[in-house]
Design a protein around this ligand. Structure first.
Ligand code: ADP
Length: 366
């Protein structure tokens, strides 16, 4: 262990995610066990700028592992993106003799972590977001709980759909990533999923519902990613109208599939973390402390094929941008040709995996 660490700071930032508390607890207990004091910055980077810290003793993190949200709060602190705000934060860290930071959050949070690292404050990131949109990590803290929450709630909608022979179109969170949508569509027995990663054919979807209704199927569920806020309400209306017209034309009221729209919104972000998220948060929290004390900085802890490992924040950001097709010129200049090839292969495999899963889902959604 590097002798220089006396006190570190942990924060949760960006959108909250179930399991963030378990990660804060793990960071606190691991650091305390190594004789290092821990402060929590209240409301993400905001606490650093406004000098709002709480000491996190082992007792302060008691009874938190099962709680959702984040008990040290989260905030979207725009001031931290400005140099003046960041300097205020660094001055406060120095005032409290804080020598290192663990930042739990998403992509934006990691940008802040890089800024701190580059200004001499060793900082390690932990991916805490329900969206699972950190390409470098197979799983992020909160993702599993969010999916379970969707499944629990959609199962309830399923019950009433079956009773009334209806359709429910459900919009779920996940920002630009379709991970929550596709996985929960599979797990709830939905007939369609609308995700950013794959094409969706509205006409084919409605024709399928009509065909299945003719076969006697009663309940229809469609899961839509929040990346398409207009799609859910419009699709709901269209299914209702098209099937009503058909039922009138054929004089068969059984063909009318009345449809309802449900936007699950922030319900997806709440709830007690699942066992998987508590474990992931615990392992990542301990690893972050180990990495910090080993003298590392400007990296994030990730999970790859079931193992906890790390990667550079820049590497992770380039990978994200490659995946989303938003790379800017010059961003890969610091990488070797081999590194770029390795990243391209990784992305190709991830995209292919998504397409295979989507095809499997569609085959069974009948
Ligand atoms: P997430 O971490 O979930 O992606 P945000 O994008 O809202 O959420 O980022 C969380 C916080 O991280 C922001 O409110 C801000 O304090 C900090 N942050 C975001 N982007 C940057 C940046 N480019 N430089 C420094 N700090 C940033």
């Amino acid at each position: 262990m590097s002798a220089k660490f006396r006190k570190i700071c942990v924060l949760t930032s960006g959108g909250d995610a179930p399991g963030m508390n378990a990660a804060v607890r793990a960071v606190t207990r691991a650091a305390n066990a190594r004789g290092v004091q821990v402060m929590g910055s209240l409301g993400g980077y905001r606490g650093m700028i406004h000098d709002e810290f709480v000491e996190l003793t082992n007792r302060a993190v008691s009874n938190k592992i099962q709680l959702s949200g984040t008990f040290i709060y989260s905030d979207r602190c725009l001031e931290f993106k400005e140099e003046a705000g960041m300097q205020k934060a660094i001055a406060n860290l120095k005032k409290h003799e804080i020598d290192g930071v663990v930042a739990i959050g998403g992509d934006g949070t990691f940008r802040g972590a890089t800024d701190l690292s580059q200004r001499g404050i060793p900082t390690i990131g932990i991916p805490g977001t329900i969206d699972n949109d950190i390409t470098a990590s197979d799983n992020t803290i909160g993702f599993d709980t969010a999916m379970q929450t969707v499944v629990d709630n959609v199962d309830r909608l399923h019950d009433t759909c079956e009773s009334h022979a209806r359709c429910n179109v459900v919009e779920v969170m996940g920002r630009g990533a379709g991970d929550i949508t596709l996985n929960t569509a599979i797990a709830t027995g939905a007939v369609a999923a609308v995700i950013p990663e794959c094409d969706f054919d509205e006409e084919a979807c409605i024709n399928k519902i009509i065909r299945l209704r003719r076969e006697g199927k009663r309940s229809f569920l469609i899961i839509v990613s929040e990346a398409f806020p207009e799609v859910g309400p419009a699709l709901t209306k269209k299914i209702t109208e098209v099937t009503r017209e058909l039922s009138e034309k054929e004089n068969n009221d059984k063909l009318w599939v009345e449809s309802k729209f449900c936007r699950m919104a922030h319900i997806v972000r709440g709830g007690s973390p699942t066992l998987s998220d508590r474990l992931l948060a615990t392992k990542m929290g301990v690893r972050a402390v180990d990495e910090l004390f080993a003298g590392n900085s400007d990296i994030i802890v990730v999970e790859r094929e079931g193992k906890i490992t790390t990667c550079g924040i820049l590497w992770s950001q380039i990978l994200d941008r490659m995946y989303k097709g938003t790379l800017k010129e010059g961003m890969t200049d610091s990488l070797s040709a081999d590194e770029i090839k390795e990243m391209e292969k990784f992305i190709e495999e991830k995209k292919a995996g998504f397409k295979t899963t989507y095809a499997m889902f569609n085959e069974l959604a009948n």
